[in-house]
Design a protein around this ligand. Structure first.
Ligand SMILES: C/C(=C\CNc1ncnc2c1ncn2[C@@H]1O[C@H](COP(=O)(O)O)[C@@H](O)[C@H]1O)CO
Length: 276
């Protein structure tokens, strides 16, 4: 068994590097050669195995970068083999007796019937409804949770769950592993997901990516404002609004996704490779 000896703080550190035939000390650190005063007094392994010192580095940006990388690695690893999927978004606050809860369930059932996995934010409300619909229809029910100050845990219908610390890593997963988004009524979180996907489609970062809004009445105020105030100011092109499909019927939402996906399957290889 290998034992690790921790140097007592009062003991002087051993001289680092090794002596060359010319009597100089030198040390190789990967491709870097260090001589004279540049020779470190400890090796990288010694520093790794040391237990002393403060723990502030845990809250430093370099360490965060590794945590961010780990989120991408875990997310890609968990979702890579899921197959075709659609993300369903909507309010965390919708109650089970709200008609939109039943619509979200129906959307998810319909998507499973067409062979798609269903991805949600893994939380309550519309997310729970979609996971319920997917799981009860025998499909793959996925939740991509997010660490929040008022953590609620994954809803009970999630069968494959991944928890994220960082919104941006989680958002990448929704787009990368979905063939389209279905968006039910929601608040700021839902708007964020809707407008992020809309921006990605409008800037052609993703192509052939249907975005379906369910609930004509709920979305009409926003769409009217985009069509009038926003378009009149020239800050969007009116034809960009064609990127949004608005429906009331869950089956129509599913049909739009299936049609767009089928169009992608017959599209040129270039169009396919630039999608998602
Ligand atoms: C507000 C409550 C719980 C929050 N829990 C969430 N868990 C997972 N994902 C969430 C949560 N809240 C928001 N999201 C994401 O944003 C969208 C919904 O946000 P909205 O502001 O409610 O529209 C949703 O699609 C999630 O991806 C307890 O009631």
């Amino acid at each position: 068994m290998t034992t690790v000896s921790h140097r007592a703080p009062q003991e002087p550190p051993p001289e680092g590097g090794k002596e060359t035939s010319g009597g100089r000390r030198e040390h190789r650190k990967g491709p870097v050669l260090l001589r004279g005063g540049q020779v470190p007094r400890e090796t990288t392994d010694q520093r790794l195995l040391e237990s002393a010192g403060d723990a502030d580095w845990v809250h430093s940006d370099p360490w965060r970068v590794l945590r961010i990388q780990a989120e991408f690695v875990e997310g890609f690893g968990a979702l890579a083999e899921v197959g075709r999927a659609v993300s369903v978004f909507g309010s965390a606050r919708t109650k089970a007796d709200d008609p939109y809860y039943a619509k979200a369930e129906a959307v998810a059932r319909g998507l499973v019937g067409e062979g798609y996995a269903v991805i949600t934010g893994g939380g309550p409300g519309i997310m729970e409804a979609a996971n319920k619909g997917a799981s009860e229809a025998g499909g793959v029910s996925i939740g991509l949770g997010i660490e929040l100050p008022f953590e609620q845990g994954m809803n009970p219908y999630v069968e494959l769950g991944v928890n994220f610390r960082y919104f941006f890593a989680r958002k990448t997963m929704f787009v990368k592993y979905s063939q389209g988004f279905v968006v039910l009524p929601g608040g700021f979180g839902t708007f964020d997901e809707l407008f992020e996907s809309l921006t990605l489609v409008q800037t052609r970062k993703v192509t052939q990516f249907p975005i379906v809004l369910v609930g004509r009445e709920y979305w009409s105020g926003l769409l009217d404002w985009l069509r009038t105030t926003v378009a009149d100011h020239g800050t969007i092109s009116t034809h960009d609004l064609d990127l949004l499909h608005v429906v009331d019927d869950p089956e129509e939402a599913v049909r739009i996704v299936v049609t767009a996906d089928a169009e992608l399957a017959t599209a040129s290889p270039e169009a396919q490779s630039s999608a998602t």
